[in-house]
Design a protein around this ligand. Structure first.
Ligand code: PLP
Length: 382
């Protein structure tokens, strides 16, 4: 297996198509291990609840440094089942940052509770812990920090606020596989952390998948039942649950990939360092920064630029794959129009949504490709 992070000698002609996330290059690196692992599942006919699932759950718990991990069908389910497992439900409120993927707040609604949005800090765009106390009501049950773009939200402050206010913490770690703060990975802070294994994530399945990581045996036990029709033993259903299981083929793929996760995260960090250097003199670009004590895993490399929509269109026209994560803060989406929020409520998140631009980022990104991205960005901005 190759351990090369990137090949600086490789040349990229301007016409060569570039991917925002190059899953083909990733698969090429590990196809042998993936196919072997999938074949074992197929030969054993163990497609659901097979030993591949337990092995991956154990490996993921060890990797996160927590007691237990439980596989589920998606990151969204991991969030919803975590909330349900700690008793969040109808009548409760959960504090969520306005700038996240809609699934963070969607999972709160699906658990029967209501999101209370707060703004983010203007530098890292992570949940601003100083705003927590101002939105707490007698119904507030939990805080859901989102480890956005690959770095942990300020967990010391968030956990301190949670303790003072008597609230639970559920981490949305869908973008933070392997990220840590003060040496502690996601899952070590809250009651549970929810991971997504959507294919483009730092650790991605070959389809949908998710898991929770938790220090609590009790939370893990509860989520196992919730994801399996309320059952711990066949045809015994003391409570109702859902069908939300990580299937064995996905677990086998994830185990094969987990062996490469640290290596790939290092490659992402190297690519982020290169972007930082290359973008230092490009006028108007605000580069992303890493929070104190954070080890970033760069799920996304998000810059801020003036006239973002013009820049986005020009880059796309010249074949540079760029994206926006996310164009509309959650409180302004149609899905949450029934809640009492309006434009102007979260000025930092709203301003960021007009300025952010995600550049191509993945472990197999070549120097020449990054040069092409930065050249195109400079040409548009100067
Ligand atoms: C921050 C965040 N939360 C939750 C999710 C939901 O994960 P999934 O797509 O696996 O349901 C995602 C996925 O993109 C995400 O980025």
């Amino acid at each position: 297996m190759s351990t090369t992070l990137s090949d600086p000698e490789e040349s990229t002609t301007p016409a060569e198509p570039m991917a925002f996330v190059d899953l083909g290059a990733q698969h090429a690196e590990i196809s042998e291990q993936v196919f072997e692992a999938m074949n074992r599942v197929i030969q054993d006919n163990s497609f659901v609840d097979g030993s591949a699932v337990g092995s991956f759950e154990d490996a993921w718990a060890r990797y996160c440094g927590v007691a237990r991990a439980v596989g589920v069908a998606s990151g969204t389910d991991a969030l919803e089942l975590s909330l349900r497992a700690i008793g969040v439900g109808p009548g409760d409120e959960v504090i969520v940052p306005a700038n996240s993927f809609i699934a963070s707040a969607g999972a709160v609604m699906r658990a029967g509770a209501c999101p209370r949005f707060i703004d983010c800090d203007p530098i890292h765009l992570l949940m601003d812990p100083t705003q927590i106390a101002s939105v707490v009501t007698p119904r507030t049950a939990a805080i859901m920090p989102v480890h956005l773009y690959g770095q942990l939200a300020p967990m010391d402050e968030i956990c301190r606020a949670a303790e003072t206010l008597g609230l639970a913490v559920v981490e949305d770690a869908a973008q933070a596989h392997g990220a840590s703060q003060g040496g502690q990975r996601a899952g070590n802070w809250g009651a549970a952390a929810a991971f997504s294994f959507y294919p483009g994530k730092n650790l991605g399945a070959y389809g949908d998948g998710g898991a929770i990581a938790t220090r609590s045996e009790q939370v893990a036990y509860c989520i196992e039942a919730l994801g399996n029709h309320g059952s711990h033993a066949r045809y015994e259903h003391p409570t109702l649950g859902f069908n939300s299981r990580l299937d064995s083929l996905q677990a086998a793929v994830l185990s094969a990939k987990l062996a490469r996760l640290d290596h790939w995260n290092r490659a992402r960090r190297a690519a982020a360092d290169r972007y930082d250097e290359m973008l230092a003199d490009v006028p108007g670009v605000i580069r992303p920064s890493t929070g104190e004590a954070n080890e970033h895993v760069w799920h996304l490399y998000v810059v801020r630029v003036p006239e973002r929509d013009r820049v986005l269109a020009a880059l796309q026209a010249s074949g540079i794959p760029v994206a926006i994560h996310y164009p509309t803060p959650i409180h302004l989406t149609g899905a949450f129009a029934h809640l009492p929020y309006a434009a102007g409520d979260f000025p930092i998140a709203e301003k960021a949504a007009d300025e952010i631009l995600s550049l191509p980022m993945h472990p197999h990104l070549r120097v020449s490709q990054q040069e092409r991205v930065v050249e195109a960005l400079s040409a548009v901005l100067t």
